[in-house]
Design a binder for this molecule. Structure first.
Ligand SMILES: *Cc1c(COP(=O)(O)O)cnc(C)c1O
Length: 217
């Protein structure tokens, strides 16, 4: 979200007196050219932002550890709710995360993964412009692990998935489930952090073939 949209969101929340949940797993792996916009929580003068983040994207998802910054009242309710779900978060995992922080492991890791992710993003962008047919568009993300791709309206990416997997050996996440009313059908989410550089090129090449097949029908 741009700075203007962030401010507008805080204004609306204030006017209607609602809380905001800021789910920020990717703010720490921002690799855009400009400075990242300030977090909503950093601009929250009324205590209405509940800020969430996680060790999953900067250390290891298996730790199952995250954190929250919110008012004491909200934290108290979180504690009660969490207690009834799992009694408490693994103490051993919390010690491990504390040690990773104390020894600077995470601090040293973040610049490394930023560089790797940025170069993999660039590779995927290059592969997309090389292979994708006319009418297909995509984002150039400044953070995170995914490119959002939009095909011409004619294609239903949910329907195309099984063909992409069976015939072309390539997979993606259909975009539909990212919309509250599931009223869009021609988007997909592509991950660029997990595959190797060769797999990125091969995967995009195959995906372009699947899209071309569907477009020519
Ligand atoms: C990864 C992620 C989370 C947090 O995942 P956990 O492993 O459960 O901590 C939350 N929201 C989004 C959008 C994510 O991508």
């Amino acid at each position: 979200m741009s700075m203007e949209r962030r401010k507008a969101l805080l204004d609306i929340a204030s006017r209607y007196d609602v809380l905001i949940i800021e789910d920020d797993p990717y703010g720490y792996i921002y690799f855009g050219d400009e400075e990242p916009p300030a977090r909503l929580k950093a601009m929250d003068s009324e205590g209405r932002v509940i800020y969430l983040s996680t060790f999953s994207k900067i250390a290891a998802p298996g730790l199952r550890l995250g954190w929250v910054a919110a008012s004491d009242e909200v934290i108290r309710w979180f504690e009660l709710a969490k207690q009834s779900i799992d009694l408490h978060t693994s103490t051993l995992n919390q010690y491990i995360a504390a040690e990773l922080l104390r020894r600077g492991v995470i601090e040293r890791n973040i610049p490394r993964i930023k560089e790797i992710y940025r170069s993999k993003r660039d590779l995927m962008l290059q592969a997309l412009s090389e292979y994708m047919p006319e009418g297909v568009t995509w984002t150039k993300p400044s953070a995170g692990m995914f490119i959002w791709l939009t095909t011409p309206e004619k294609i239903d990416t949910g329907e195309m998935l099984s063909v992409a997997i069976k015939k072309y050996g390539v997979a993606y996440v259909p975009g539909k489930s990212f919309y509250p009313n599931e009223d869009r059908h021609n988007d997909m989410r592509l991950n660029f952090t997990y595959p190797t550089p060769q797999q990125i090129f091969e995967g995009i090449k195959r995906l372009a073939l699947a899209i071309k097949e569907y477009l020519s029908q």
